[in-house]
Design a binder for this molecule. Structure first.
Ligand code: ANZ
Ligand code: ZN
Length: 855
């Protein structure tokens, strides 16, 4: 008996698909359109199982939609700029471009082996001058529209990578990549005005009902809208004003101090002749700027000796501190502290011996006795010790204070967002050059569009830390486009998140001499199904949503949301192994002895099984897709990845799992090869008169079509797989029962068609074996015959005096008289009637028969 040989078969069909341009998208097609996209990979060197899982899911969707009559766009590209290429340049003396394009070549070859239904003619890398030149054009659009600006700002500085880090790239005070302790520096940076869209980005979330709730919630929290009051304190003697922002104006009578940020202008003014304060400010700056970090740091303050008047209490004043937990770039950079109802303020007050007067009292507490210990009270309650607010709830008290402040003209209702403008400047080489020229006379001037792209110089050195573009001997030198005087190129490059904020548009017209063709993009977008890791749930998705809005503002497209349906897939995990010397050990090296113990094949050392964790190089619990494909073929790997667990959950890679998938691959192959003799010729109609068992198989076939179709639509791939296993059993049983040859053919063909999106190579092979000329990918998705998907028998309950005594299976359309007769002849019912007189029989066709017997 022949065995399926995936190696030869898979490359054969891949070649056929390429030669016939099967997956090329006709972008001007009249057909309904479906755009399915998986987040494009970073070309790190090799693909890993996470990629395989991600792209396989998208591939099933693409193939299914294609078979269902859509013109499908399913492209692939490379998110190719970023630090690792420069690290490689520094460590191995290889040019970032060579490193990147070599990696791309390797990964492309690997991905092609997976047999993905991708239109490779649309492929690009973000480091292609063709791509980033168009990105520079978009930057200039935004620049003209006032969506780009430059400002001095405090940034997180990674002293090892010598670059600015975004807040989210600072983890526990350290650079995410270098691990170095982050410092604060004041630098001139380019920003995109994402905050212009804060409210719109928030409102838009409501329309994204096909996104996971958790992703929407994460975005909402990230945007972080808060409603409050801004008002001015007047400093005694000096008359300076300190404007504060509060979300708890209700607690104003509990205020016991006022605090300003270390970077507040007033702090700078006071520090001029105060060395101790100057030292304190400097100290505050030595830590990173992330909120998380500030939250964790010990609360410290510097008493300026200044006092401000309380706005409501005549004669009461509050001391003014400079405090390390007040951020300059949120609200107004100044606060009033109410220690009883805010934990940070409480920690601060305890440390500096300030009062802690409670003003919000929980309903079940006595206002005269209520005090706050180590924990601030932030819950609901009634106001106390608060003059005109006494007795109000928190909500009404807020409104009352805001009303007074607005009436009195010393404060106003304010909305704040946590969202900051997007700092896109990076002091790195391997990124999109920001197309600006600095002129001493004209200031920053846009590079004229006809001079784009501003390309990266090839001859750069990575010998010293810092920005290689800045060190380049000549690249910076240019003439001012406006006055012609000698000027300098901007040497900052763009955050790579800019590159990924519009790549999905470029796929629609990758060769265009403009960023994208608006009419095509308006036609194809939003992406119908986007798939990617939850690690991008906040930034990438938010930036892409912002970019889309900004592009609408500059007139390049006409919609707001780039991704209609979003799916975040789980990770691929594997058990970890360590040998007796504590070394992580590759699964490949682990062997099992007869007594069940594990050892290393190379050194013979004992091995212990550890936790199941995400596959990672550091823990060596990785399985290389190449090895798997080499051994089992891509189809088996795909099938296993889809079958194991719901796609949003983590998948545990196991030997047993892939072996199970392998057996199924072989079994399908045999089912077709061995079953061919029993099949009717291609195209024979199924006869009307069928035996009961043949009819059963037909019903199973059509029910399977219906269920699997629904499962794929809902991305419940594991359920679809489970259903196909069942169906394969039904087909085997049908074949053994020597069912009708036409029905058997229908069943086997359906099995092959339904398996097709998941195991595309095997499906082609089997389809051909079944006697067809056309490619299976060109066969329309099967449609279930409704009449065969509903059961035509029903189960009826038989009651005696209201108690269910038995059930009987009858044809769905059985009438009253027949039902009554059957029920009365029923053995169990007779037993309970027990010879008594039957008074009445109540029949509800399709549901129930109740026999009322004399008591
Ligand atoms: C007085 C107060 C009393 C506050 C109280 C809270 C509780 P969200 O919700 O995040 O907007 N705050 C304002 N600006 C700040 C800054 N630049 N740095 C640090 N903290 C700042 O939080 C707003 C609250 O955070 C504000 O309300 C303010 O403290 C503080 F019982 O004002 B609150
Ligand atoms: Zn000039």
């Amino acid at each position: 008996m022949s065995r399926y040989n995936p190696k030869a078969t898979e490359s054969k069909w891949q070649q056929v698909w390429t030669e016939t341009r099967t997956f090329s998208t006709d972008i001007r097609s009249e057909k309904p359109k479906y755009y399915v996209l998986e987040m494009f990979p970073y070309p790190s060197g090799r693909i890993h199982m996470g990629h395989v899982r991600n792209y396989t899911m998208g591939d099933v969707v693409a193939r299914y939609r294609r078979a269902s009559g859509y013109e499908v766009l399913h492209p692939m590209g490379w998110d190719a700029f970023g630090m690792p290429a420069e690290n490689a340049a520094m460590e191995h003396k290889v040019h970032p471009a060579d490193w990147t394009y070599d990696n791309i070549a390797n990964m492309r070859a690997q991905l092609k082996q997976v047999g993905l239904a991708i239109d490779w003619t649309r492929e690009f890398a973000t480091c292609d001058p063709d791509y980033y030149g168009q990105e520079q054009r978009l930057f200039l659009d935004f620049f003209k529209a006032g969506l780009v600006y430059r400002k001095e700002s405090w940034v997180n500085w990674d002293p090892v990578d010598n670059t600015v880090l975004a807040n989210e790239q600072v983890i526990d005070g350290r650079g995410w990549r270098s691990g170095a302790e982050v410092e604060r520096r004041n630098l001139s940076q380019w920003f995109l005005k994402i905050t212009d869209y804060a409210q719109d980005l928030l409102d838009g979330l409501d329309s994204l009902d096909k996104w996971p709730d958790k992703v929407r919630l994460m975005q909402e929290n990230w945007i972080g809208r808060s409603d409050g009051l801004t008002f001015d304190f007047i400093v005694q003697d000096t008359g300076d004003t300190i404007t504060v922002y509060t979300t708890r104006p209700d607690t104003i009578f509990g205020a016991s101090f006022c605090a300003i940020a270390a970077d507040h202008p007033l702090a700078a003014k006071l520090a001029v002749d105060n060395e101790a304060l100057e030292a304190f400010i400097k100290d505050c700056r030595s830590s990173g700027t992330s909120e998380e970090e500030i939250e964790k740091a010990e609360k410290r303050g510097f008493d300026t000796g200044l006092k401000v008047d309380h706005p409501f209490v005549e004669g009461q004043s509050l001391p003014v501190y400079v405090a390390n937990f007040v951020l300059m770039d949120y609200g107004t950079g100044a606060i009033f502290g109410c220690p009883a109802h805010d934990q940070r303020d409480l920690d601060f007050a305890r440390k500096y011996g300030l009062k802690v007067p409670p003003v919000v009292v929980p309903e079940d507490e006595d206002p005269a006795r209520f005090t706050v210990g180590d924990e601030a009270y932030t819950g609901p309650g009634r106001l106390a010790n608060s003059a005109f607010l006494d007795g109000m709830d928190v909500y009404s008290a807020k409104a009352a204070v805001i009303a007074r402040a607005e009436d009195g003209g010393w404060g106003r209702r304010t909305v704040n967002y946590r969202l900051r403008d997007w700092g896109i400047s990076r002091q790195r080489y391997w990124g999109t050059p920001i197309p600006i020229i600095h002129c001493d006379t004209c200031g920053p001037v846009a590079v004229p569009v006809e001079d784009l792209p501003v390309t990266l110089p090839e001859d750069v050195s990575f010998d010293r830390p810092g920005n290689p573009l800045d060190h380049h001997p000549t690249w910076k030198d240019c003439a001012c486009p406006s006055c012609g005087a000698p000027a300098r190129r901007e040497t900052d490059t763009m955050d790579t998140f800019v590159d990924s904020s519009w790549y999905f548009l470029r796929f629609c017209s990758p060769g265009a001499d403009e960023p994208f063709e608006s009419d095509v993009v308006n036609d194809w977008l939003p992406v119908n199904q986007y798939i990617g890791g939850v690690e991008h749930a906040i930034l990438h998705l938010l930036y892409a949503r912002f970019f889309t809005r900004a592009l609408k503002q500059v007139g390049r497209l006409d919609f707001d949301e780039p991704f209609e349906r979003m799916f975040t897939q789980g990770m691929v995990n594997h058990v970890t192994y360590r040998d007796s010397q504590g070394e992580w050990t590759l699964p490949d090296l682990v062997r099992r002895r007869e007594d069940g113990g594990l050892y290393r094949a190379d050194s013979g050392l004992e091995v212990a099984e550890g936790r199941i964790e995400k596959m990672s190089k550091s823990k060596k619990n990785v399985v290389d897709p190449d090895d798997i494909i080499d051994q089992y073929g891509a189809d088996t790997a795909r099938w296993f990845m889809l079958s194991d667990s719901p796609p949003e959950r983590d998948l545990q890679w196991t030997e047993a799992g892939i072996e199970g998938a392998w057996r199924f691959t072989q079994r399908l192959y045999r089912m077709v090869q061995d079953g061919l003799d029993a099949l009717a010729p291609v195209g024979t109609a199924v006869p009307v008169d069928l035996s009961e068992s043949a009819l059963d198989l037909r019903r199973a076939t059509h029910k399977t079509i219906k269920v699997v179709t629904g499962d794929i639509e809902e991305l419940h791939f594991n359920k679809a797989v489970a259903r196909l296993y069942e169906f394969a059993n039904a087909v085997t049983a049908g074949a053994e029962g020597a069912g009708a040859p036409e029905v058997l053919r229908e069943a086997l063909e359906t099995l092959v068609l339904l398996v097709g999106p998941m195991m595309p190579h095997l499906a082609e092979e089997l389809w051909r074996a079944l006697g067809h000329e056309r490619l299976v990918v060109d066969i329309p998705w099967p449609v279930a015959d409704h009449g065969l998907t509903v059961d035509d028998t029903v189960t009826i309950a038989v009651q005696v005096n209201g108690k269910v005594r038995d059930t009987i299976d009858v044809p769905r359309d059985m009438g009253r008289a027949d039902l009554e007769k059957m029920a009365l002849e029923n053995g169990k019912a007779l037993k309970f009637i027990d010879g008594k007189a039957v008074r009445k029989v109540i029949v509800v066709p399709g549901r129930i028969v109740n026999i009322v017997a004399a008591g």
